[in-house]
Design a protein around this ligand. Structure first.
Ligand SMILES: Nc1ncnc2c1ncn2[C@@H]1O[C@H](COP(=O)(O)OP(=O)(O)O)[C@@H](O)[C@H]1O
Ligand SMILES: [Mg+2]
Length: 350
């Protein structure tokens, strides 16, 4: 628990000196204007000085000075104690309850410190979870590679098939690591390399490729866009964001149905892109969660996609000052709404 601080001693000295000097100046004033003690008055006993009132005033000054110094310095000692514990890694420490119901700027500061600790705690928990998930995701292909090598050694499976398997798993690992690095680059808030890009052209390229692949599986991709939308963006990142969302829609849309990609100019000069499919959609409580790394509705998807597609899409759009949101479509299926602005976001006013 906190000990009295140097601040306490300083405040005590300053406050008591203020009060004592005001008493001394009043006594000096009385002496200068020549107030004489009434004969036989017990108050003015020693050499004409009002000893008892002066003694009481000095004592009161010391008591009030001490109280005021304690009142001001004690919460700061609590804050210091809390910050020290947080610095030692105990982020569950909270200092606001130690303010004993005071309502002033120091309590506001305690509230802000608690908020910061809670945020750091959540961030660290998310990192821990991510580390755990990454280890898990890397382990699956590695186990399959080990199994293939084992079978190869035993000679109990055709060598060519096993080599193909090892090759596929290695490619999957490579793609997963590439996506993890992209996500890391985006969440590390590194500046993005912007250049003038026609986003509508990117959308048409992705839709054409996706449609080509979808047709082989009796599905289609339809696209409707304005003529052009030239924006200052990192073309590669924007491509990845839209491609992930459109490929997800093609993957999940029902057989014989089409995915719609509709882009329009929205308020604020933004481009709104809505991708709708006719698939099973996701449970409403998962509409936000699917943007978290490695969250999949169907565990059977593990090993097929990296599980990072939507996390990358969200980070990529947010890095451009844009937004992404998943909704349940009117005709069933999932609807992903994205917004992108034509240039860098305006710098926040400090
Ligand atoms: N259009 C969609 N319809 C239904 N579920 C979807 C759709 N898009 C994404 N999801 C769900 O969100 C999860 C996360 O998507 P994503 O981050 O792209 O990872 P994945 O690599 O599995 O595609 C998917 O595993 C899937 O369960
Ligand atoms: Mg995906």
């Amino acid at each position: 628990m906190p000990r009295p601080t140097r601040l306490f001693r300083k405040l005590l000295l300053v406050l008591s000196s203020c009060m004592i000097s005001s008493i001394a100046l009043t006594a000096l004033y009385l002496w200068l204007i020549g107030v004489t003690p009434p004969p036989g008055d017990p108050v003015f006993k020693v050499g004409g000085m009002p000893v008892v009132p002066i003694f009481i005033a000095v004592l009161a000054s010391l008591v009030f000075g001490a109280f005021l110094a304690w009142y001001l310095s004690r919460p700061l000692a609590h804050l210091r104690w809390g910050l020290q514990r947080m610095a030692e890694g105990q982020l569950g420490t909270r200092v606001e309850p130690l303010m004993n119901g005071r309502r002033d700027e120091i309590t506001d500061l305690a509230h802000d410190i608690d908020g910061m600790a809670a945020q750091l705690q959540a961030m660290i928990a998310a990192r821990d979870r991510l580390l755990h998930d990454i280890s898990h995701e890397l382990r699956s292909p590695l186990s399959r590679i080990q199994a293939a090598i084992g079978l190869l050694r035993q000679g109990s499976a055709p060598a060519e098939g096993m080599v193909d398997r090892v090759e596929r798993e290695t490619e999957r690992l490579d793609a997963l690591i590439d996506e993890m690095l992209t996500l890391h680059r985006l969440t590390a808030a590194a500046p993005i390399a912007r250049s003038a890009v026609d986003v509508v052209e990117i959308l048409h390229d992705i839709a054409a490729d996706a449609d080509f692949e979808a047709r082989a599986r009796n599905r289609a991709v339809r696209i409707e866009t304005p003529e052009r939308f030239v924006a200052q963006v990192d073309g590669d990142l924007v491509y990845r964001a839209f491609e992930n969302v459109i490929r997800n829609a093609v993957k999940h849309t029902a057989e014989g149905s089409a995915v719609d990609v509709r882009a329009r100019l929205a308020e604020g000069g933004q481009l709104e892109v809505v991708v709708s499919d006719r698939g099973p959609g996701v449970p409403p409580q998962m509409l936000e969660a699917i943007f978290e790394p490695f969250v999949r509705i169907d565990p059977r998807d593990t090993g097929r996609g990296s599980g990072l597609g939507l996390a990358i899409a969200r980070s990529a759009l947010q890095a451009h000052g844009g937004t992404i949101q998943a909704l349940l479509g009117d005709e069933g299926g999932l609807q992903v709404r994205m917004r992108l602005q034509p240039g860098p976001p305006a710098a926040p006013v400090p």
